[in-house]
Design a protein around this ligand. Structure first.
Ligand SMILES: CC(C)(COP(=O)(O)OP(=O)(O)OC[C@H]1O[C@@H](n2cnc3c(N)ncnc32)[C@H](O)[C@@H]1OP(=O)(O)O)[C@@H](O)C(=O)NCCC(=O)NCCS
Length: 166
């Protein structure tokens, strides 16, 4: 796999939305009827109010393929759930099921942290579902730490918060 991490172009966004919804469904993180899937699919909306990064496999037969994505939101953005001024929040990290286990998620996370630094943020924050074990191991590996005081829940979903100083 020849991996490139870059900002999404308008042409990427339909694929990004489908990939994000599929990544969550494949792990049974949501039921197919969950209204949140519409938000996951709405990469066009995300790109209008945040920065959508994509991981592209340049080495794939048949051309370039988006294999992963993450969105960065500034505090105060409609996408920010817990960020306060000075923080950038990561949302909707997702890697296509057939591209997992090869470091795509880690590459996206590293690129997102670099982006946050470039944007002048002092800290990155994010929330994960309790069930997202692979994601949480990855966050800990890359030096993010749990902040239980910022855990929250919505509509029966329990979210756990992570942060890292930049
Ligand atoms: C979390 C996620 C982005 C990780 O992406 P990734 O590119 O597989 O990341 P990595 O290659 O660094 O692997 C992460 C872990 O998943 C394991 N893994 C998951 N699926 C795998 C697969 N199909 N094959 C091999 N390993 C897999 C890896 O072995 C690794 O485990 P470890 O932490 O014990 O070493 C991806 O699993 C995903 O999209 N999950 C669903 C959405 C989600 O949970 N998002 C987080 C939002 S907060």
């Amino acid at each position: 796999m020849t991996l490139v991490i870059r900002s999404a172009t308008p042409e990427d966004l339909t694929q990004v939305g489908e990939l994000t919804a599929h990544a969550y469904l494949a792990d049974d993180l949501l039921s197919p009827e969950d209204g949140y899937l519409d938000e996951l699919r709405d990469a066009v909306g995300r790109a209008g109010v945040g920065t959508v990064l994509v991981a592209v496999d340049d080495g794939q037969e048949g051309g370039r393929q988006v294999v992963g994505t993450v969105t960065l939101a500034q505090a105060g953005s409609p996408l920010a759930e817990i960020a306060v001024p000075g923080e950038v929040e990561l949302r909707m990290l997702a890697v296509a099921p057939d591209a997992r286990g090869r470091g795509v998620g880690e590459a996206l996370l590293r690129a997102a942290l670099a982006h946050g630094t470039e944007a002048g943020a002092q800290r990155v924050v994010l929330s994960t579902l309790v069930e997202m074990r692979a994601a949480q191991r990855m966050y800990q590996r890359l030096g993010l730490r749990r902040v239980p005081a910022r855990d929250w829940s919505v509509e029966g979903y329990s979210m756990v918060a992570y942060t890292i100083d930049l």
